[in-house]
Design a protein around this ligand. Sequence first.
Ligand SMILES: Cc1cc2nc3c(=O)[nH]c(=O)nc-3n(C[C@H](O)[C@H](O)[C@H](O)COP(=O)(O)OP(=O)(O)OC[C@H]3O[C@@H](n4cnc5c(N)ncnc54)[C@H](O)[C@@H]3O)c2cc1C
Length: 504
Amino acid sequence: MTNTQHDTDVILIGAGVMSSTLGVILKQLAPNWNMTVFEKLSRAGEESSNEWNNAGTGHAALCELNYTVEKPDGTVDISKAIKINEQFQVSMQFWSYLVKQKLIDSPQEFIKALPHMSMVQGEANVDFLQRRFKALSDNPLFKGMEFSDDPETLLEWIPLMMKDRPAGDNIAATKIDTGTDVNFGALTHKMFDYLVDEGVNMHYNHAVTDMKRTDNGLWEVKVRNLESGKIASHTAKFVFIGGGGGSLHLLQKSGIPEGKHIGGFPVSGIFMSCNNPAVVEQHHAKVYGKAKVGAPPMSVPHLDTRFINNQKMLLFGPFAGFSPKFLKHGSVLDLFTSVKADNLVTMLAAGAKNMSLTKYLIQQVMLSKEQRMQELREFIPNAKTEDWDLVVAGQRVQVIRDTDAGKGTLQFGTEVISAEDGSIAALLGASPGASTAVQVMLEVLERCFPENMAKWEPKIKEMVPSYGQTLMENQKLLDHVHTTSAEVLGLEEVKEKSTLLKQA
Ligand SMILES: Cc1cc2nc3c(=O)[nH]c(=O)nc-3n(C[C@H](O)[C@H](O)[C@H](O)COP(=O)(O)OP(=O)(O)OC[C@H]3O[C@@H](n4cnc5c(N)ncnc54)[C@H](O)[C@@H]3O)c2cc1C
């Protein structure tokens, strides 16, 4: 076992979509900074960012009903939907920049246009969807959204879901053609390929095991080479903990006060994947339904066309599962070892407060394949059991922290935790996740490099023209962003595909 010392400007821990996004942004802003990446697996994008481990929805709040809540007076609050849409537009602008500048190529390998739809059943839900549609369709960010409760129109939009449905089912949907399916795994690979070409040091099969501040204000990171067993020390001025589910343990090792009193709770995802190409061909959309009462927001059921390795697929889910692991390739001790003296009370309070979630997870874990098929049949009435296989997706580690709402509150969003001096930042949480990676990484920069932001701003605006503005209030820029992304990322063919489906 040797212990050698290496110095670098930036260390990125984990080779998922978050580290790759931050790495590429930093390469544009500070091209001379040395960057080193440590990834414990043998490839990039093998955990949550892998195409099979997430749903690949470009979350722009076009179809996810949990981003629009009904207020007590019956109006629909669309503020969260606006925020998420604006954040997704930031990602689209950045990805367009990468393609235009030829930093990455073949955008069709990571993004495809796909209608996003919401579908509900029952009088009260149809009424809610109509009010939600009215609230959103007045907003320029949601331009082009359509509503229908007409069975003929719905048959055109979603033939697989409407066929063999009992007459008289009260059902309605909204549809918007500017949705996307994103292969975050492919995107991650493309961004790391670019970084390697730019001289970034990538170390696969290297696990970060510990870190501490040095007397001269640097971070010393201990890294184990999983092939040789050797441990080496690397120092850096700035460390980003992009370890996905592994981030909480690493944050705890950093010992920064901002990382105290935070816990994590893992929820795994299970999808059903259709193995019958004739069925796959009959659907062309992401269709989000309504979460069951008591279900957490990330288990909203959806029937998704996906494009994986240039093949059209059809997935339904996610069903929630429970595993104490924080990463799919993690350890069964992860949950246990994340409990420390400083977060014990927070974790216990969360346990006591979330009995309904625990009950829900137990019910989900106990579901048989036939019971899962029953849920699928709410979407595809004549779905055949033999056409569907179970696929285990990634782990989401939900953040638990003490908030104004009380001790041990379970958070469903994404959170950046950073040291006061900006020398280290970690990303926790998983939703809306990869879709908002660019906005979240810009937030990391604002927090950790405030002294550089004025100097960097012109370049950031070149990458993200809407930086510092809200598109909702700038129709001209919004139109420009939509047109440019559609052209550069090749998203124009959606209308054509929808028309083909209608004719099929
Ligand atoms: C079921 C499911 C569905 C989802 N659906 C969507 C969706 O539709 N749209 C969307 O935008 N987002 C979705 N997400 C969220 C999205 O997948 C994540 O937000 C995103 O992939 C997180 O990226 P990351 O880089 O932070 O983590 P990851 O991709 O998990 O990467 C973290 C990396 O860090 C490595 N690592 C961890 N610890 C160490 C260590 N100690 N040393 C070295 N390396 C380490 C891991 O091996 C891993 O490669 C979904 C997630 C799940 C689980």
